[in-house]
Ligand binder design. Structure first.
Ligand SMILES: Cc1cc2nc3c(=O)[nH]c(=O)nc-3n(C[C@H](O)[C@H](O)[C@H](O)COP(=O)(O)OP(=O)(O)OC[C@H]3O[C@@H](n4cnc5c(N)ncnc54)[C@H](O)[C@@H]3O)c2cc1C
Length: 637
């Protein structure tokens, strides 16, 4: 009997963090979208720790939100602890983090996706991709489900996370599955390989979960959240913030006995005995890895984090492991406060197939297969935020492709999302890639506080950010401009009244007429002081949003550094705009060495800017290519 065929415009495979962003973006931009997932009860499920954001990752969530995505909003609905990291340091490295209620996050995400008008959720396994040959390039036409049904669409976004040919390991025990409680995706990898992609094995791991009631909390150190939390979403519209009661996390440490137990069992570790072949994240190592690599350290910090308000599970952050169960129990019980801890789940590692993202364009569409997009952990990243950011870009571009509109790509100077995608498509990743602030060149420009100023206009123009949110953004932008102008145009004078007022506050007196902006640049001056200065033109902050005031303070105080970033950025922008046709025949470009030509043929960069960042490509080669393209263009003109 012939299987039924269903028509969509965009199909998203997978409903994790990349999949939900992709489906939401495509649907919001007007496309009939199918969201196909192995398990509809786990839409937006937080596979590991229910913590969102953190260093550089907080910036990613803010950027997703600024463009019109959903991760920030869902975090605000379910956060049980907010912490702005590095709040005493400069604005470039401040990042927000929130501990969420894990079951609630998934429930709210499912409910939200179910209410989207253009999304159909299908609880099936996608067995194969379907495509046709069209000229030199293949073109995606849809997918086949495990029961044989066919779904058709012009664009397909693969966000299969840790699920393709996934195997879980605890000691020498192995079982198929993308994470505990979920099956593996068994055949999708084959289809991707048939399209010419090389797959590699990566690995990630998770720590044990302990029963809250069995921990001796009196022996641990509480870590409170922020006294005045700030929503993740620029467009937060709840009646009561924060929406949920806020709770503490707790700190304890490993000790020499813990390390000894682990060391004595290295020979039972699937990682050290070669059973796990996949490459794990170096920056987020398992505890056995940490004990081996940093054997001069006599203790490691551990955070005990609640997985929700009404759930017994406590996540033991810092203790990811795939050692056997009995070893896990022994070493956990050696830790202060955890002597009697009861295990609710043991730690495990999962190995899975990932694609080489160097085969993708900056839109995350495959260079050789029209309409096929990849986003999330399948591209060799790790983390919800990295996945969500890619899902958003892939979903938006899938919709733009279907509507035959200009694609939307972000450059490195537009945001951390631009940095992430540029790194992936140019360098690929030999190990799960996570975002760090140090990966970005323009850190002072790419702050989390100005993500909306950088990206909301783009999100709105592309059709993703809603009209209502855009109005909110415009109001804020106008308020910032107005206050910024007042700070530039108003002055303090070196008269008796002002200098007496300064002396009272132990501040240096004025000798010259001084703009408010110059006064504000003094390290000891906070912007609030400009509302108290003894002049008629003092600022009036009443009714003004704190984020407007903070933005102006940052822009004025760090103006010199920001300007330097912007000047640097202007000089590289030109190279980003110089596009290279994917079909360029590099054999015809004079002056390139064979090695460099091979790199270019293999990567097929899309701009001169990308060429300049490729490993092994010399400035002379960039110049040769530049000249060749210019000559081509003038010959065509
Ligand atoms: C054990 C474990 C430990 C982790 N530890 C960390 C950590 O320490 N730090 C960190 O940052 N991140 C960690 N992660 C990673 C984090 O969970 C992922 O980065 C994030 O969930 C990736 O999001 P994603 O959307 O790409 O994929 P996922 O969240 O994995 O979602 C994949 C989705 O695809 C669906 N799917 C897959 N194949 C098919 C198919 N053929 N048909 C239909 N549906 C399909 C699945 O059902 C699922 O909905 C861990 C993950 C696991 C599993």
């Amino acid at each position: 009997m012939a299987s039924p065929s269903l028509d969509f415009e965009v199909i998203v495979i997978g409903a994790g963090h990349a999949g939900t962003e992709a489906a939401h973006a495509a649907a919001q931009m007007g496309c009939r979208t199918a969201l196909v997932t192995l398990n509809p009860d786990r839409i937006g499920f937080l596979s590991c720790n229910p913590a969102m954001g953190g260093l550089a990752k907080g910036q990613l969530i803010k950027e997703i939100d600024a463009l019109g995505g959903i991760m920030g909003m869902q975090t605000d609905k379910t956060a049980i602890q907010y912490r702005r990291l590095n709040s005493s340091k400069g604005p470039a490295v401040r990042s927000s983090r929130a501990q969420c209620d894990k079951p609630l996050y998934a429930r709210k995400m499912r409910k939200f996706i179910e209410t989207l008008p253009n999304v159909t959720i299908l609880g099936f396994e996608v067995a194969d991709l379907l495509w046709e040959s069209s000229g030199e390039k293949n073109k995606i036409t849809g997918v086949r489900l495990r029961d044989g049904s066919i779904l058709r669409a012009r664009a397909v976004v693969v966000t299969s996370g840790t699920f393709m040919r996934a195997v879980m390991h605890t000691g020498f025990e192995q079982s198929e599955g993308g994470r505990v409680g979920d099956e593996a995706a068994k055949t999708l990898s084959r289809s991707i390989e048939e399209l010419g992609f090389r797959l590699r094995r990566l690995k990630t791991g998770t720590p044990p979960r302990l029963d809250r009631a069995s921990i001796d909390w009196s022996k641990t150190e509480p870590q409170a959240g922020d006294a005045v939390p700030i929503p993740f979403s620029f467009y937060y519209r709840g009646d009561r913030f924060p929406e949920l009661p806020q709770v503490n996390c707790f700190i304890t440490h490993t000790n020499s006995q813990t390390h000894e137990i682990i060391e004595n069992n290295f020979d039972r570790s699937p990682m050290f005995t070669g059973i796990i072949q996949g490459v794990g994240p170096r920056y987020c190592p398992s505890i056995e890895d940490k004990v081996k690599r940093f054997n001069d350290k006599d203790r490691h910090q551990i955070f005990l984090e609640p997985e929700g308000l009404d759930v017994p599970e406590i996540y033991v952050n810092g203790m990811s492991t795939s050692l056997p169960r009995d070893v896990q129990e022994d070493f956990i019980h050696s830790i202060v406060g955890l002597e009697e801890a009861k295990f609710l789940k043991h730690g495990y590692a999962v190995e899975y197939d990932a694609v080489d993202a160097r085969r993708l364009r900056a839109t995350l569409e495959a260079k050789d297969v029209g309409g096929l997009f990849f986003a999330g952990q399948v591209n060799g990243t790790s983390g919800y935020e990295e996945a969500g950011a890619q899902g958003l870009i892939a979903g938006m571009n899938a919709a733009l492709l279907v509507r035959e509109k200009e694609p939307l790509t972000l450059a490195r100077h537009d945001g951390y999302i631009g940095v992430l995608i540029d790194d992936l498509i140019l360098k690929g990743s030999d190990e799960p890639y996570r975002m760090f602030t140090s990966r970005a060149e323009y850190r002072l420009h790419l702050r989390e506080d100005n993500a909306d100023l950088r990206l909301s206009e783009m999100g709105y123009r592309a059709g993703l950010l809603s009209e209502e949110n855009y109005r909110t953004f415009e109001t804020k932008r106008e308020a910032i401009t107005k206050l910024g102008r007042e700070v530039e145009e108003r002055f303090l004078y070196p008269n008796e009244a002002t200098n007496a007022w300064l002396r009272e506050r132990a501040l240096p007196i004025l000798k010259d007429k001084t703009p408010f902006s110059a006064f504000l640049r003094r390290p000891e001056v906070k912007i609030e002081l400009l509302g108290e200065v003894p002049v008629e033109t003092k600022l009036n902050f009443s009714g003004m949003a704190p984020e407007v005031i903070e933005q102006v303070e940052i822009q004025v105080k760090y103006a010199g550094y920001i300007q330097r970033d912007l000047e640097l950025l202007e000089s590289v922008k030109k190279n980003e705009e110089l596009r290279i046709p994917l079909s360029l025949d590099y054999a015809r470009v004079p002056g390139l060495s064979t090695e460099i030509r091979n790199v270019l043929v293999e990567t097929r960069p899309e701009t001169i800017g990308q060429v300049s960042r490729l490993m092994g490509v010399t400035p002379a080669a960039v110049a040769n290519l530049h000249i060749y393209l210019k000559m081509q263009r003038s010959a065509e003109a």
